[in-house]
Design a protein around this ligand. Structure first.
Ligand code: ME8
Length: 645
């Protein structure tokens, strides 16, 4: 049986400047989809590349005193190195300067001309060199500049070839209307429909004012317009000339993933060219939003361009990938901030995922000599965990098929939270003390290890470096590269019982951030950590449920307390969370004596940045209520370690 195929592309990037986190965002989404499809058993072709021609590149090379190809070679090597570091699993990297591509572009030009869709004329228009785009008077911004980059446009008049785009307006509109998935998300689809309805002008597809490009066949003083050249890359790499079998398998592409500002080129110009050549149209153009930085568009002049290489140096590729995929709803603009990145690393990766792995492996090592024994018992708590796992697994595939990446990740993390809660509910440390509970303990440990096996498989499209690490730490011997979604879908219990766990290794160390020494005020009941950046919600004083969920509240038992010498209010508390001990400094010494505190079950903000108070590092904060005079700790009768939600 022929396997299912999946062809996904990113745009090919201009080697005009260094790639920034926005480019990394686009490529990471495509990579996550490619990896998911491989996991689901598809034969995947994932393409990215570089868009190397055009006046802008020629001018930049001249400025540096090198040839255009020398200029782009260096920059493109940087792209390829970045994609490697970010674990981008592209199957091909297409450079438009390659001969294999020249042949295809010239053939496309020839065939469109033979069809009667290309003619020679005189072009007079307004051209934006940095954007390689022509604009009409009406499209310019309020200053008469390019509506995209807001730089001046030039009046250009030259002999040129034109493509009869106007011929295809009706067919295009019909295609878009009959195929609701062709342009996604819906907002972009609607934009394109109204754009076409305003009428399409023929498109100038050649230039004579520079020569860094693919020559027009039989009229070499013209070079082919960069967008005609660039868009064609998708068929070159799919084997249009070189590999008809491959082309049959992968064309039409399943998804062209592009930024919102180039949806127009992909959903109007590109399909019209393909229609002219009687080739099938791509199945979907997906327009993602832009990544802005601390609320602002990235630009060199603002000095806020975020270099993905530096972020990888500091935090590692998987943390960056996780942040980009989890934080931003595909299709919408999203904000990148260092604080938010660190917040996610600490809360979701170090805390939720890291703790689940760490606690599980620790307990298997301590209570079962490192062997994952078979689960032979079952009770309601076990059933609830397994039930939640199944619900999550079934939503995973459907969600990923719709490219609902962020919701899928959020659901996965709800399950991770569920598994952490299962530890608190089953209290394995108590089971381990009771020789009659050996079987129950084995079940709990097995279910936790199996949860982690499932998690490692399902996070692999997002965190390809972390997933096999978890796999190895569980002692799995099957080659992770051969793992498929079926290894999860085939049922609970895929983890072979009786295996020894591997070597434990922390996945994501907490990122400790500098904090000034300030004496602590008694903590009033709070719902969320203070946001440093102004957000819409912060300004209104309201937080979203997602912001609230970033606060990790846990029940902690006070096992020891002592006053901090030479202070009025500070008390050093030793807390247990079941399997973890913490030291916290709290300003409650004028309300409680040390003796009164021991044994209390209080609420701890567990993922607060550690802070130094009078030389003691406080790992969290306990919640108290105050009416301005009286101060009382919030107490509960739930067991230590319970999650507060
Ligand atoms: O447009 N956030 O190349 P390019 C998210 N060569 N995405 C961003 C972004 C940001 N801040 N900034 C840029 C080109 N991008 C053409 C493509 S395809 C046949 C030719 C995205 O290097 C942008 O939206 O200017 C676009 O999809 C991609 O980076 C490439 O931009």
């Amino acid at each position: 049986m022929a396997s299912k195929s999946f062809y996904i592309t990113t745009p090919i990037y201009y080697p005009s400047a260094k790639l920034h986190i926005g480019h990394a965002y686009c490529t990471t989404i495509a990579d996550a989809m490619a990896r998911f499809k491989r996991l689901a058993g598809y034969d995947v072709f994932f393409l990215t590349g570089s868009d190397e021609h055009g006046q802008k590149i020629q001018q930049a090379a001249e400025k540096e005193g090198v040839t255009p190809i020398e200029y782009v070679n260096k920059i493109v090597a940087g792209f390829q190195a970045l994609w490697k570091r970010l674990h981008i699993s592209n199957d091909d990297f297409l450079r438009t300067s390659e001969p294999r591509h020249h042949r295809v572009v010239q053939e496309f030009f020839r065939r469109a001309k033979a069809k009667g869709d290309v003619y020679k004329g005189e072009y007079t228009g307004l051209y934006c060199t940095p954007c390689e785009s022509y604009w009409t008077e009406l499209q310019l911004d309020e200053n008469g500049c390019c509506p995209d980059c807001h730089r001046p446009v030039q009046q250009v008049s030259e002999e040129a070839y034109f493509f009869k785009l106007s011929n295809y307006a009706d067919r295009l509109l019909k295609h878009i209307e009959e195929n609701p998935d062709f342009i996604q998300p819906v907002s972009r689809r609607n934009e394109m429909i109204s754009f076409i309805k305003q009428g399409l002008d023929d498109l100038c597809i050649s230039r004579t004012s520079f020569d860094w490009g693919i020559p027009v066949p039989d009229d070499e003083k013209h070079v082919i317009y960069v967008w005609f050249d660039a868009l064609t890359n998708y068929v070159t790499a799919a084997g249009f000339f070189d590999d008809p079998e491959k082309f049959k398998k992968f064309w039409p592409a399943d998804v062209h993933l592009v930024g919102k500002e180039i949806v127009r080129f992909h959903s109007i110009i590109w399909p019209a060219i393909l229609m002219s050549l009687d080739l099938p149209l791509p199945k979907q153009i997906y327009g993602h939003g832009w990544l802005i930085v601390d609320g602002d568009k990235m630009s060199k002049s603002k000095g806020n361009v975020v270099d993905p290489n530096l972020l990888i140096d500091e935090f590692g590729a998987d943390a960056i990938r996780y942040f980009l995929l989890r934080e931003i709803a595909l299709g919408q603009d999203g904000n990148f901030s260092r604080d938010a990145l660190i917040g996610r690393i600490n809360a979701d990766l170090a805390n939720d995922l890291g703790n689940l792995l760490h606690r599980t492996l620790n307990m298997i090592a301590k209570f079962q000599d490192g062997v994952i024994e078979a689960a032979t018992t079952k009770n309601e708590t076990d059933d609830a965990l397994i039930g939640d796992a199944w619900e999550m697994v079934s939503g995973y595939e459907a969600g990923m098929e719709k490219m609902a990446i962020s919701p899928v990740i959020r659901r996965l993390w709800t399950f991770i939270g569920r598994a952490n809660k299962y530890i608190d509910e089953t209290a394995p440390w108590a089971l381990a003390k009771d020789p009659t509970k050996k079987a129950e303990l084995a079940t709990v440990m097995y279910n936790l290890a199996e949860s982690l096996r499932v998690i490692s498989i399902l996070i692999s499209p997002f965190m390809p470096e972390t997933a096999p690490k978890i796999w190895a730490q569980l002692g799995m011997t099957k080659d992770f590269a051969s793992v498929r979604l079926d290894d999860v879908k085939n049922g609970w219990g895929g983890l072979p019982a009786g295996q020894h766990i591997g070597e434990a290794e922390p996945l994501f160390p907490r990122i400790e951030t500098e904090k000034e020494e300030t004496p602590a005020k008694p903590e009033k009941t709070k719902t969320a950590p203070k946001q440093e950046k102004k957000t819409e919600t912060a300004e209104s004083g309201v937080i979203t449920i997602d912001e609230f969920k970033r606060t990790e509240l846990r029940v902690a038992e006070v096992t020891a307390a002592e006053r901090v010498p030479k202070t009025d209010k500070l008390m050093k508390l030793t807390l247990t969370l079941g399997d973890e001990t913490r030291e916290v400094v709290s300003g409650i010494a004028d309300t409680y004596t040390a003796e009164e505190l021991v044994g209390k079950h209080v609420i701890l903000v567990a993922n607060l940045k550690p802070a130094k108070l009078r030389g003691i590092v406080s790992h969290g904060m306990v919640l108290a209520a105050s009416d301005g005079e009286k101060l009382r700790l919030i107490e509960t009768d739930m067991p230590a370690g319970s999650v507060v939600r």
